[in-house]
Design a protein around this ligand. Sequence first.
Ligand code: GLN
Length: 249
Amino acid sequence: MMRAYRLTVVIADLTDYRMTVCEISIQVACRKDFCSFRERKSFFLFRFVTKRKEENKMTIAVLALQGAFIEHEQMLQKLGVHTIELRQASDLQKDFDGIILPGGESTVQGKLLHDLNMFEPLKEKIQSGMPVLATCAGMILLASDIAEQDETYFESIPMTVKRNAYGRQLGSFHTNAEAAGIGEIPMTFIRAPFVESVHADASGNTPEILSIVENRIVGVKYKNQMAFAFHPELDQDTQIHEAFLGMIR
Ligand code: GLN
């Protein structure tokens, strides 16, 4: 026998908390003994986690060769952002909206980027305007100049950074300080660099200074790039990552 039902379906999309309500009519062919329940308006809650929806979500690629990349991924996931890891050249062909260059050891990361043929394509992406958040060693990779060192990397922010700049005793420390546009935030420094000086580029633009700790520049923004000498991913405060996502949205 055939039975007709009118259903009110509530689709709750838990990836962005949007609800869609729709009415559908269905006809069900069933055996008599299976249709003993009363005809009534039914409410269904479906959770759809579809591939299509995943594609609509913002995706951030985290350079995952060495250093503190997992902590960045965890922070982004807390903010509801899809992450992928950049581990080999083919990962750079994937679809993503922004890049994180994590802390670690800039010399090791630089060498691996070259060995794995990731350096040039990544440099191209940064130069073509892909938003980048760089922390600590990541900041060193972006600097046009590195004090007391000939080797440089992406050279995409006109500034001179000094590596391991806080001396042995102060190699690691924690403080709270202002970040422009955000307010006071916790800052964890681990054998951190600082920015010795920012320079004017060919068009006369200099990087914007976002943060100063003990008279040293520790945060800058230049075009599509934000770079910090500390590790925002190691504290619970998500505001630096949110500011970065705000550059993309
Ligand atoms: N000292 C490291 C370097 O020179 C940076 C340290 C860090 O990323 N925490 O690359």
